[in-house]
Design a protein around this ligand. Structure first.
Ligand SMILES: Nc1ncnc2c1ncn2[C@@H]1O[C@H](COP(=O)(O)OP(=O)(O)OP(=O)(O)O)[C@@H](O)[C@H]1O
Ligand SMILES: [Mg+2]
Length: 321
């Protein structure tokens, strides 16, 4: 029997990313991230603005270099790979279709480029057929081949971005808030498109969003980030049905869909909603969430909690460990 190759595995080990802050000091965008994203699954990453989601996505495929730590795709350290080698395996869908696409190029040209430059496909006819097939799969239709990007609606541009990422049948796709710029009606269509293309290609997807209700609908696993750290991670069902970290509970309680979910046990939810209005004080030691956590106790302010197994998934909170 032939060995099955585990394609699309992404692993981060003790990854840190520091950026220079406005006042000259360093800000920590990723703070000791260790996680394995298994191949063929849709993995959701949620967290509020500035929690480090995009930085995690970008370091994962070498768009940004980590300050420390090891990142491997299919077991290979990406610091030892050329950009082109990484992009043949892994693609990034940016949230903004307006700045990510050259407005004067045709849809055909945009979709042709990855075939030419990443796959080195020489046959023009063969490339054109592949692009036409993708236009159909992406729900655009062959007539879009010669239309320029500036002639498209926002939703159509977003489809082109998704189609471009999947042109080379990548093993791994990072979708960074791909529905933020489009209206509610078209949002579902884009989510379905990403999901269907990922299943067709058996690609691993890292799906980033600040909205846990969107992530919940498309992912099999969820990883919750707060202030550069993963605070909870596990299967969608275990996290949504039994969120353990107070921050995950807060995210679920303010998510529009969860406001009507009577099954979720969020503990003292009234204090959760209060926590959203507080501005977190930067925490030097202990748990980063301790300055706004409604359940804080002495140890939280002293000792940083590790991600540990509790009720079937990982959580970094002293209440459980
Ligand atoms: N190129 C950069 N230079 C300096 N600081 C940066 C840079 N990129 C990100 N940061 C900082 O790193 C932190 C994490 O940013 P990141 O973009 O990863 O957050 P995010 O969770 O994706 O937020 P959003 O939901 O708003 O997209 C923020 O404090 C941000 O200001
Ligand atoms: Mg972001």
């Amino acid at each position: 029997m032939e060995a099955i190759e585990m394609a699309g595995d992404l692993e981060l080990e003790h990854v840190y990313k520091y950026f220079k802050g406005k006042t000259g000091g360093l800000s920590t965008a990723l703070d000791n991230i260790t996680i394995k994203f298994e191949q063929g699954k849709v993995h959701g990453i949620v967290g509020e603005s500035g929690s480090g989601k995009s930085t995690l996505g970008r370091v994962s495929i070498g768009l940004v270099k980590p300050s420390k730590g090891i990142i491997t795709i299919n077991g290979k350290n990406i610091s030892k790979m050329e950009d082109k080698e990484i992009f043949k395996l892994a693609q990034y869908i940016h949230q903004d279709p307006y700045s990510s696409l050259d407005q004067y190029l045709s849809v055909g040209e945009i979709l042709d480029r990855p075939l030419m430059y990443l796959l080195n496909m020489k046959g023009k006819q063969e490339r054109m057929e592949k692009v036409q097939d993708m236009l159909v799969s992406a729900g655009l239709g062959p007539e879009f081949y010669s239309r320029t990007i500036q002639e498209l609606s926002g939703g159509e541009k977003q489809r082109v971005l998704v189609a471009r990422a999947f042109m080379i049948e990548p093993e791994l796709v990072i979708a960074d808030e791909p529905t933020t710029m489009i209206d509610f009606v078209h949002r579902k269509e884009i989510l379905d498109l990403i999901y269907n293309l990922s299943k067709m290609n058996q690609s691993t997807i890292i799906f980033i969003s600040h909205d846990i209700s969107i992530v919940e609908g498309i992912s099999s696993d969820i990883c919750v980030m707060y202030s550069g750290k993963i605070v909870e991670s596990g299967s969608v069902s275990s996290i949504v049905e039994k969120p353990l970290h107070p921050y995950t509970q807060l995210l679920l309680s303010v998510s529009p869909e969860k406001l009507v979910n009577k099954n979720a046990d969020f503990g003292p939810t009234s204090s959760n909603s209060i926590a959203t209005s507080k501005i977190p004080v930067p925490v030097k030691k202990g748990c980063k969430y301790s300055s706004v956590c409604p359940f804080v106790f002495a140890k939280c302010r002293e000792v940083e909690p590790e991600l540990e197994l509790s009720s079937g998934h990982l959580v970094a909170c002293h209440q459980y460990n």
